[in-house]
Each structure stands twice: as C-alpha cells, then as structure tokens.
Design a binder for this molecule. Structure first.
Ligand code: ZN
Length: 355
C-alpha cells in the first residue's frame, strides 16, 4: 500500500479513546523516532523535537491522538453493557453499530442493540434515543457470565469498529479521521522537514484527551513553551446536500485556514501569512469559521500567550463510525504547513505579536 495511505489506515484504525491513546501514540513513535528526540508530557502526549538551523523560535504543531469513544459504565444482570460517552456523540448515529471493547482478556466486539421498527410505539419512533437507554450487546445469554468469560469490567474503553475503505482514488472512508488525519499530517510534516532547511525548532505533538476538553494540549504546551502554535485537525465538508459543490467547505477544496472557532480567534497576522503562502505555492485553500474547538484553544492562552492558527482538513460525518476525507486535501495541508514552517524565523514570529 502506498505510504501515506497506509499511515492514514493504520492511524484511523488504531484503538484510542480519550485516556487510552497507547496505540496511536506508539504508531507516531515508530514513524518519528528517527527524526528527533521524543519526550512525553505526564498525561501521555507525545512530542518529537525536530531541530532546524536555529533553536528559536519554537514552533508547535499538534494533532490530537484521541478519538471519540465510550467507557463501560455498568454491566446489567443480563450481561448487557451500559456506556458513558467520552466525546460528543449523537445517539441517533449509534444504533445498530458495531463497537470494540478492550477488556482485561483482550478485544471483543459488541453491537449497540436496536429494536426492529414494528416493535416501536409510534411516539417512540419519532424520538432520538437517549444515551442511557442504549445497551451494547456482547452476546450474553442465560448463565453466560460476561465478566468471568470475557473479562469485561466497568471502566473498559470502547470505540467504533470499522474498516478503512478507499471509495475511489481520492476519497477515503474510516473512523476517527478526527483526528488521526491531524496526527498523520504531523508525521508527514516532520518527515518532509528532514529534507529542508527550517530556521526554527519544530515540536510535532500528538496530544491526549482533546475530545474531553483540550487537556493534553495544555500539558504538552507547558513542556514545550512554544513561540507560535498550530493545531492540525478536521474541519467540516458540507458538500453532500443541495448547493454543496458551491460551498467553500467541500472535499478537494484544500485545507481550511480557520479564522475563528469556539475557543480562539486566530492571530490575524499569522492567518494572513498562511494565506499569502497558500497563494504563493498555488494550492487550493479556504478561509472559514468552525463551531467546534481546537487544541489551540488551550495553547494560545499559555503563560503570556502564543500566536496560534488552526489548519483543517475538510471531513464529512465526523463524530460517527464513518468519516470521509479527500486525499488531495491531506497532501496540500502537509505542503502548506511545511512551507509556512520553512519561513518562520525569529523576525517573522515577532511580527505576529499584537503591539
Ligand atoms: Zn478533533
């Protein structure tokens, strides 16, 4: 399999809800260990330090390692699992979906049980189900003890169970593009920088627990103390309904330069600098607002503040079992970030400070 596609496949299929990011972290480690010194914060975020021609400025690029998932909340007498979400889920998308549970005896598959439509009251059919009414069925029957036989415990982590599918030569379908695509961009940017001169030191980071409130972003930034920071994450592609192909936020329209989200207004000088470079290298891109939050929401508030910007890879159907990205957007995001970093010297970073 072609290298970048394989990286995306490995990372999206890795098991890693918030607090259980061992697998994606190990994948990042394996890809990055030869490119610089690897350290960690004490929550488990991974940091690779890639030195360029200068120790400063310190540039942080972060993708979050965690994916949305669940933890087992309780086990009923019938051996069904009740779950609590770790990250934002719309219950509607969960019915009849397969999940993977990591138990003390290994990984098992379960399904979020759904009644057949004719068993539902008319009123019930109109409603969106509530998380606490859902159960994960792992095949229990009378006298089959799931705790004993399968090793399942309260607190065990749960993620969607899906495949990686190449829908066509440009579009990939998998779970967790939010945000393993960001982790993959960080890996590829660090690899590309090994072939170029950059007037700074770059810290490529896989952060933990973003989906629960940007937690690893704060702790890893504390380790690095960056002078300038980027979060690389998904943005939204909204091109699946009427008029979609007229929208800027569509698959194949290049990386998103995000001027504001729920947790930060981008440093506008840094934003304009990124736009200038995107124009120079002639890649498609778009400037947009996103209603979610990003790791920079925490990083830009560190100490006396850090000029920050988010770069998004447009994705359809995030926070569900099956999300979608366009390969060219991934490649162009890498290209853009590498070009930006190659021009980020001390003087440039000084111009971003609002004085
Ligand atoms: Zn994300």
């Amino acid at each position: 399999m072609e290298e970048r596609k394989e990286l995306l496949k490995k990372l999206t299929l890795a098991f890693g809800p918030p607090g259980f990011e061992e697998e994606p972290r190990k994948i990042m480690f394996d890809y990055l260990k030869d490119y610089g010194e690897i350290t960690y914060d004490k929550l488990g975020s991974i940091i690779v330090k890639k030195e360029g021609n200068s120790k400063t400025p310190k540039v942080m690029i972060a993708g979050h390692l965690d994916e949305i998932g669940f933890l087992v909340k309780s086990i009923t007498k019938e051996g069904m699992l009740k779950i609590v979400p770790a990250g934002g889920w719309w219950e509607h998308t969960m019915l009849a979906q397969r999940v993977k549970i990591r138990t003390s005896k290994g990984d098992i598959i379960g399904v979020v049980g759904a009644k057949p439509p004719h068993e539902l009251e008319a009123e019930e059919r109109q409603k969106v189900v509530k998380m606490d009414t859902l159960h994960v069925d792992i095949g229990a029957y009378k006298d089959f003890d799931v705790k004993d036989k399968l090793g399942v415990r309260v607190g065990d982590p749960v993620v969607p169970d899906t495949d990686f599918v190449e829908l066509n030569e440009k579009v990939y379908l998998s779970k967790a593009f939010d945000n393993r695509v960001g982790c993959a961009v960080v890996v590829e940017v660090i690899k590309e920088l090994a072939k170029s001169n950059h007037p700074n030191t770059v810290f490529g980071v896989g952060t933990v627990q973003e989906e629960l409130g940007l937690r690893g972003a704060g702790t890893s930034a504390e380790v690095i103390r960056p002078d300038v920071a980027f979060a690389i994450d998904v943005s939204l592609a909204n091109d699946m309904s009427s008029g979609g192909f007229e929208k800027d936020e569509r698959l194949g329209n290049g990386p998103a330069i995000i001027f504001m989200d729920r947790t930060m207004v981008a440093n506008w000088r840094l934003r304009d600098f990124a736009i200038e470079i995107a124009n120079d290298i002639k890649i498609p891109y778009h400037v947009t607002y996103v209603s979610g939050g990003y790791d920079t929401g925490r990083i830009h508030l560190l100490r006396e503040g850090v000029p920050s910007l988010n770069i998004g890879i447009p994705s359809r159907y995030i926070h569900s079992h099956s999300s979608m990205i366009h390969r060219d957007d991934f490649d162009n995001a890498i290209k853009l970030i590498v070009e930006i970093i190659c021009k980020l010297d001390e003087n440039r970073v000084r111009t971003f400070l609002n004085m």
